[in-house]
Design a protein around this ligand. Structure first.
Ligand code: ADP
Length: 494
């Protein structure tokens, strides 16, 4: 049999399921993609149908293989990466979900988590899990499903229900119910996982009233999870990681001090911090990056709620531009912001400010202010927010940032990337393959089956498409940051 050379990455996201075939030089050979419905039963609720997630995921895998003209026997391994925290509970006997999946964005359990905060559970949670007590993570969602689905509690107690994040659900479906597993990176987002011991924590299971029998087995992120014959011949499933951790791996940020930022609707930043969890004094999340060969590695995580979305706002609400990339040309018409600052706090501010009541402001307007100044201030507003998160990270980790590796739709904006490099005072690098999430899953899988020998071998695959070097004078930068901080102070709702 010819040596199997290709890796299939399943990238199960919030709005679509995707499948990408990579070759052993990390080149994309084929892509399949299917969007699926978002279900909004009530204000603040967001659900997905787990069966549709599975169907669309399987269809995209078949589509990608067909497009690449490959069969199962050409695929060395499958890697899975997924939207994190989204919660599925199903019946072990029938394999049927007891309800729709509760998606990470869903806020129905906000009151419950606020009540737990009043009981001071947040301190225990931060210490054990590295997370802020919040409805975002899986624990309160499982509790809700057990409480509000008829007969679920008794069934759970009798060991007849299974819980999984989306990776676990896909593994279950890929094996017809033989595998009930997850990897450490996904486990670390449930708020039930002790990131020091690498185990589900009984204190947390008790706090959320979740029987241990529901929980999947937790394993390395790279290794033989199971084998599947869902795509014809047998293929090992050998890599699993949550989307942001997979992107960190795909950007080859394998050593402490290396960081990536994904510039999409919002920005997701992760910094590798080595093999000990680094508690945050700046309200970042401490999370597991991955586990390979039984060794856990850690990261700090922070997100910016509004990034590329501000560009959409200028396009759709103000009509300043026709398409998102047009903002670069418009912003370049002026050499600086002309004193204008745009803090895009449309839905509050995330890390490290954590101000849900903040609202967006455009300040410093004069008669000479033009649409170009506003466009430039909007791009700067993205770069300033990322700068604030990175500064919090380097302070928490007590590590300097070597360089920032970038991906996501808005990372195509060269002016934005130059501004980012200027503000950070470090290089910003955009790689040739920007599908870093799927690539990370492919790397984790390929590493387990010998397509790549080790992390160093993988890191050699990573190529810069473009580098941005800091060019701004330090005192210009410092003055801009002082003004940004003044603008931030004005976002507080009166
Ligand atoms: P998501 O995965 O969050 O949907 P994407 O990675 O697809 O995001 O990126 C889309 C976002 O990036 C949109 O908010 C869009 O406004 C923004 N965007 C796309 N291209 C550019 C550009 N050239 N300059 C600035 N923003 C951009």
């Amino acid at each position: 049999m010819a040596k199997r050379k290709f890796i299939l990455a399943l990238d199960q996201g919030t709005t679509s399921s995707r499948a990408i075939v990579f070759d052993s030089n990390s080149r994309i050979v084929a892509v399949g993609q299917r969007e699926f419905p978002q279900i909004f039963p009530q204000s603040g609720w967001v659900e997905h149908d787990p069966e549709i997630i599975w169907k669309t995921q399987l269809a995209t895998a078949r589509q990608a293989l067909r497009q690449a003209n490959l069969t199962a026997s050409d695929i060395a391994a499958i890697g899975i990466t997924n939207q994190r925290e989204t919660t599925v509970v199903w019946d072990r006997d029938t394999g049927k979900p007891i309800a729709n999946a509760i998606v990470w964005q869903d806020r129905r359990t906000a009151d419950f988590s606020d009540a737990l905060k009043k009981d001071k559970a947040n301190r225990l949670i931060r210490r054990l899990t590295g997370l802020e007590l919040d409805a975002y993570f899986s624990a309160t969602k499982i509790n809700w499903l057990l409480k509000h689905t008829k007969g679920a509690k008794a069934k759970a107690k009798a060991g007849r229900l299974a819980f999984g994040t989306i990776d676990t659900w896909l593994l279950w479906k890929l094996t017809g119910g033989r595998a009930h597993k997850t990897d450490v990176s996904n486990a670390s987002r449930t708020m039930l996982f002790n990131i020091r011991t690498g185990q589900w924590d009984d204190r947390l299971l008790e706090l959320f009233d979740i029987p241990r029998s529901m929980m999947p087995e937790v394993t390395d992120s790279s290794g033989l999870f199971t084998e599947t014959s869902a795509l014809g011949g047998t293929i090992p499933v050998a890599g699993v990681a949550g989307d942001q951790q997979a992107a960190l791996f795909g950007q080859c940020c394998h050593r402490s001090g290396m960081a990536k930022c994904t510039y999409g609707t919002g920005c997701f930043l992760l910094m590798h911090t080595g093999n000990k969890p680094m508690p945050s004094k700046n309200r970042l999340l401490t999370t597991v990056a991955w586990q390979i060969g039984g060794k856990m590695e850690y990261a700090l995580e922070g997100s910016v709620f509004t990034a590329g979305a501000v560009v959409q706002w200028l396009r759709d609400q103000l009509g300043l531009i026709k398409s998102a990339p047009d903002i670069e040309r418009l912003a370049k018409r002026v050499p600086d912001n002309g004193g204008v600052h745009f803090v895009p706090a449309f839905t509050g501010l995330g890390a490290p400010h954590w101000n849900p009541n903040a609202r967006a402001t455009i300040s410093g307007l004069s008669r000479g202010t033009s649409d170009a100044h506003i466009a430039r201030a909007a791009l700067e507003g993205i770069a300033f927010q990322v700068n604030d998160v990175i500064r919090a990270m380097t302070a928490d980790a007590a590590l300097p940032l070597r360089e920032l590796r970038v991906d996501g739709g808005a990372s195509e904006n060269n002016l934005l990337m130059q501004l980012q490099s200027d503000l950070l005072g470090t290089r910003v690098i955009r790689p040739t393959v920007t599908e870093t999430t799927a690539l990370g899953a492919a790397y984790l899988a390929g590493l387990a089956v010998g397509v790549w020998k080790n992390k160093r071998d993988i890191a050699r695959q990573w190529n810069a498409a473009r580098q941005f070097k800091p060019a701004m004078k330090p005192n210009t930068r410092d003055a801009l940051i002082v003004d940004w901080n003044k603008a931030l102070a004005r976002t507080e709702l009166q």
